[in-house]
Structure formats: C-alpha cells, structure tokens
Write a protein that binds this ligand. Structure first.
Ligand code: C2O
Length: 619
C-alpha cells in the first residue's frame, strides 16, 4: 500500500493560512517554437552554437546520431574547432576501472583532511532501466506529513543505519556517495588523447540537477526496500514556502530520532526561518559603513519569496541560466579551449541551494560539518529533504509560464552517466537522459502553493534617478573598469556597456522569442575551500542603502561552500551568468547604453577575484 501520505489531491493547499496567497495555477504552456535566426548561446564561453531541436527527448540515443552530424557541421565547424575539440566532446562519467581515490576536504590554509569515501568494490556494472510504473508516488512536504508517515520514515532510516558498514546501501555508504562525487574521488573516463588525470566534479555545471536527482532516486528505493514498501517516498523540505521555511520538526525534535543530526547550527533551529539569501556574513562589512540588520519574521519571508522569484523566474529563462553551464569530458584539461571543470552553476544552485547548506551546517571550524561542507553533507538526513526540494524546483521550472523553459538536448548531457548501487545491491550505470521525467521514474511532488510566483521584486530607487522626499543618496563607490582581475574586498561599481543589436533582430522579435539579456561575470576565482558570497546589483544609486532580493536592483549572487581539493591552493575558477531582461524592464533601463553593476562582498571579502564583466544576448 501507499505510504501514509494523504492522497495528493487532498493536500493541494497549505492547511495553516500563514500568509494570504491565492492558489496559483499555471497558464497553459506555449507550444515550442524556436527562433530561426542564429543567436549566441549563453551556455558556454567557447563560442558554441545552441543546437536546439524541437523534438522531445525520449530517446537518448537518437540524439547521439543527430548531434554527431550537427557537431561536425555547425557546432564545431562554425568555430573552426573540428579536430581535437570534437574528440573532447564526450559525456562525463566516472572511470570505474581506475577506481576511487582518497577524497580531500580542506578549509582555507588549514591542513587537509583525507576522507575515505569510496564505495565497496564491484566490477559488474549493469545499465539502469526505467522502472515499470504502476502509479505515481508523491513525495510529501516535510512539514505537512502526519505521525504515521514520520514513523514509517524513521523505521526505514533506522534500518538503513543498522546495515553493516560495508553494505553499499548503508547510511554511511550512501553518505559517502556525495563525498566521492563532489570531493574528487573519481577520475573522469577519459576521452582519447586527453590528459590522464581529470577529476570528476558534479557541482557548478549542468550536471548539478540530474546527479542529485539520481542520488535521491536510489536512496529512496533503498529505504522502500528496507521496509518492504515499494511505494515509499521521501519528504521534501518546502523551504520556498512560508510554512516550510524552518527546519522541519521531524528532523530536529528528538535527538533519539534517526533523522536527527547533532552537527547542525544550534542558532538556526526552529522557529528560526532559513535565510535563502544567506545574509549572515553581511555584518563583517559593518566597519566599512555598510549595515545590514536582522530581518523581522515577515521581512524574512518576503525576502525569501522575492529571492525565489528572482532565481526561478527572471534569472532562469534559459537552460544554462537554470541548470548551469556545459561540462563535458576533458573540460579543464590542457587541450580544452575554454570549458572549465566547474564552469558555472545555475541560479538555484548558486543561490538558495547553497544558502540552505550553510544555514544548516554547524558553526564548527574549519569544516562546518555536516551540511556546511560537501564532503560531509550526505551524513545529515536533512540533506536528502533539502535536495528533494531542489529537485522539485526542476519540475516546477519546466512548467513555468511565459518563456519556453526546456532542458538541454545535447548528447553529452543526456549521455553523462553515474554509478549507484540500487536497492538490490546491483551496481548500476544511470544516464542523465533517463532522469528527465520524474513520472517515468514513478514519482512526482505533492502539489502545494507556490507563493513566490507572485512575489516579484520592486525597484528600491525611483525610476529616472529622481529622489522622492526624504530620500538621500549615500556614498557611491567610484566606477571602475575591470580589464584584468580585481580583488573584491569592498563594494565595487562597474560600468558595463550593452552591445548594440541590429534593428532586424529587434524587428523580428515578438515577446515569446525575445532574446534574453544576460550579465556575465566571465571569471570568478576563489579558493575552492573558502566560504564566500557576493551580491550583484544593477543601477543602484549608492552603496549604503541596503538592497535585498525584494528590490528589482538585486540581480543575484554568487556563493561557494568548501568542497574538496586535490592540491593545496586549488582554485575554483568559475563564472556567473544572470538573466536580467525583466530586471532592466522593471528599472526602466531598456534603452540605456550601459548599466552600472555593483558587486558587494558579503562573506570572504578579499578572497574573491573578479574578471571582466559583459552583457550578451542569447536564447
Ligand atoms: Cu551536491 Cu547540495 O550538494
């Protein structure tokens, strides 16, 4: 029988009216249409064309052949990179034969810590097959379940924790999966003629959503197997909704519960609400005249909802902006020209996702276990509920009204694969292309309100620069140009020209096909084990008036939490791409020749290097 979750049709709205929201319905989706003109793809900085295709993505292999042809013709031919470049363009997968190495976790210049996160050996790999789906199971919101559900979930977790350590399905082994894939225990299966030692990474790229989806899928199957309930579903932490913004009760209420974890930040327990903008680090800049107060409860909720709107709706208008940038086998090797091992994450990965990790992780220098560091995050049962909500965002994103939001169709993405142990201890190879549609995997999410859909930020400053009565302009940083690198140790203001667009392009455009204008910070360099955050504002009047996610001027942010390194001063070299079309409209800046971008360090000031910033138009 189904788990004890109420049938999804019953729980369509929040039982406790903690804020006034209407139950939102989505507009019917526009049919897929693609621009006939060629436009620059936002997906990578290496000049590739977006090979969008209007067919659906049911067959992984179909794309192989199609993209081969495309690859030879327009994709690489256009940029004159046929030879080596083509050899490099293979999907990512771990090189199982080379085995798994010791992973490392370090913090700043603290001595490293070796972590053993390899799974028990097994050489027989079978290919994952989609399950036969009898009915769709709905993962429930963690704050809405009843005690029967909690009992069942605890029972399953208890059994998982009781498995012997060398059982690949045990709690310990399952936690190690995150460490192994995130902290560089695996080598990439290597494309011909490539450097031998490329490590596999799954954050800050287009692998982020699918990898974590697979991880949770197998985890849930194992829990179901252990209690003999194939219909078991795990809960999601509904942190994007007012009633779900505190850590869910069942994880924190009882230290004897298998859902409990000691290594969490005691200052952040309920009734504290998560700060999805992770403003905590802000105070360190007080000396420089920047003051960020602690928010009241209602302000915190509003800030979180506006942040969700920004990240899910206006920042995530293209596949890259949502999923993250292209990452293929060989990216980062000496032969690659442009693609990086952690090329740049999407808005949710960079934003709310990392903020929640930091919110939960203990204040325990130097590693901030468990949730505050990727090597240990999987040891907290709450990790899986957090990532279930991240996974739910992927489902929601694809159905958002307005722009056509679709997944990538590149074979290198669809064929990227990872290895997991299934509920029967089989080692299976699962491909990204098999994990696009959760209904084919047999699950979906309980339908709950999505209040952030209507939480659109509004301008902080009046349009046209006219101050209203009582408004005073504060200090402004001088406007800089970034030609090379700049150390971000205090707020910096950069004038960024908007490239001219041809009038034909403008005339051809109707609303649906409108190209997205994106702000690209082309290089961000931080120590991979530094905790950093900076915010990006557009056209603010000064640097003293606090700007938050509730303001249109807030374009987004970049965050990093410590995650593995294979040598001492390993740097994360990544980028940030923020879609800003809607923001510019809201700020009445659509006709301006340039915009002023302000970067404000919130954590790790002085440890962040910024490269040139530009604006692109893309689909
Ligand atoms: Cu793999 Cu939330 O991180």
């Amino acid at each position: 029988m189904a788990s004890t979750v109420n049938s999804p049709s019953v729980l369509t709205s929040l039982p406790v009216p903690c804020v006034q929201t209407s139950l939102l319905t989505f507009k019917k989706k526009q049919p897929l249409r693609f621009a006939s003109k060629r436009v620059v793809s936002c997906r990578a900085d290496n000049g590739e064309q977006n090979n969008a295709d209007s067919s659906s993505s049911s067959s992984v292999d179909r794309f192989d052949r199609r993209d081969m042809l495309l690859g030879l013709g327009s994709l690489y031919g256009a940029t004159g990179l046929v030879g080596d470049r083509f050899a490099l363009a293979s999907p990512i997968s771990p090189d199982w034969r080379r085995g798994c190495t010791v992973a490392t976790a370090m913090d700043g210049d603290q001595p490293g810590k070796s972590v053993h996160c390899c799974p028990p050996g097994n050489t027989k790999i079978i290919d994952f097959e989609l399950p036969r789906v009898r009915k769709i199971r709905h993962r429930p919101a963690a704050h809405l379940v009843d005690c029967n559900y909690v009992y069942k979930f605890e029972l399953a977790m208890e059994k998982m924790k009781a498995l012997p350590d060398d059982d690949p399905r045990s709690f310990k082994q399952q936690a190690k999966i995150h460490c192994a894939y995130c902290n560089e225990a695996y080598f990439q299966k290597r494309p011909p003629h490539d450097d031998p030692d490329q490590k596999l990474r799954i954050h800050f790229s287009w692998l982020f959503f699918p990898f974590h989806r697979m991880y949770l899928y197998f985890y849930e199957r194992i829990l179901g197997e252990l209690i003999g309930d194939p219909d078991f579903v795990m809960p999601f932490w509904n942190w994007d909704s007012p009633c779900g913004m505190a850590m869910p009760e069942m994880y924190v209420a009882d230290p004897r519960s298998p859902l409990y974890d000691e290594l969490r930040n005691g200052d952040h327990l309920p009734p504290n609400l998560v700060d999805l903008n992770d403003g905590k680090g802000a105070n360190e800049l007080k000396d420089q005249g920047i003051i960020f107060g602690n928010l009241s409860k209602t302000d915190q909720i509003r800030s979180n909802l506006c942040l969700m709107y920004r990240q899910m709706v206006s920042n995530s208008t293209t596949s890259t902006c949502f999923h993250g940038k292209i990452y293929k086998a060989g990216c980062g090797s000496s032969k690659d020209d442009g693609c990086k091992p952690e090329p740049g994450g999407g808005a949710i990965e960079n934003g709310a996702h990392i903020a929640v990790h930091k919110f939960v992780g203990a204040k325990r220098p130097p590693y901030n276990e468990d949730m505050g560091n990727f090597y240990s995050a999987g040891r907290d049962p709450l990790f899986y509920a957090h990532h279930a909500n991240v996974d739910r965002m992927w489902n929601i994103w694809r159905t958002l009204p307005g722009k056509d939001r679709h997944d990538f169709r590149d074979r290198e993405w669809l064929n990227s694969s990872f290895l997991f142990y299934d509920e029967k201890k089989n080692l299976v190879r699962a491909k990204v292309g098999q994990f696009l549609d959760t209904e084919k995997l047999g699950y979906d999410y309980q339908k709950v309100d999505i209040p952030w859909l209507e939480s659109k930020p509004t301008p902080r400053w009046p349009r046209g620069g006219q101050l209203k009565g009582g408004q005073v302009r504060g200090r402004r940083a001088e406007t800089k140009e970034i030609t090379d690198f700049l150390v971000l140790d205090k707020p910096v203001r950069v004038k960024v020209p908007r490239p001219k667009r041809s009038t034909t392009k403008l005339e051809e455009e109707d609303d649906d096909e409108e190209e997205e204008e994106v702000l690209v910070i082309q290089i961000i360099l931080v120590n991979r084990n530094a905790s950093v955050k900076f915010d990006v504002y557009v056209n603010t009047e000064d640097d003293e008036t606090p700007i938050g996610p509730e303001h249109s001027e807030f374009a987004g942010s970049f965050t990093n939490i410590p995650h593995g390194m294979d040598h001492l001063d390993s740097k994360l070299s990544t980028s940030l791409t923020l879609a800003i079309s809607e923001l510019l409209k809201d700020l009445d800046a659509k006709d301006e020749e340039d915009i002023e971008v302000t970067l404000v360090p919130k954590e790790g000031a002085g440890l962040i290097w910024i490269g040139p910033i530009k604006i692109d138009y893309c689909t």
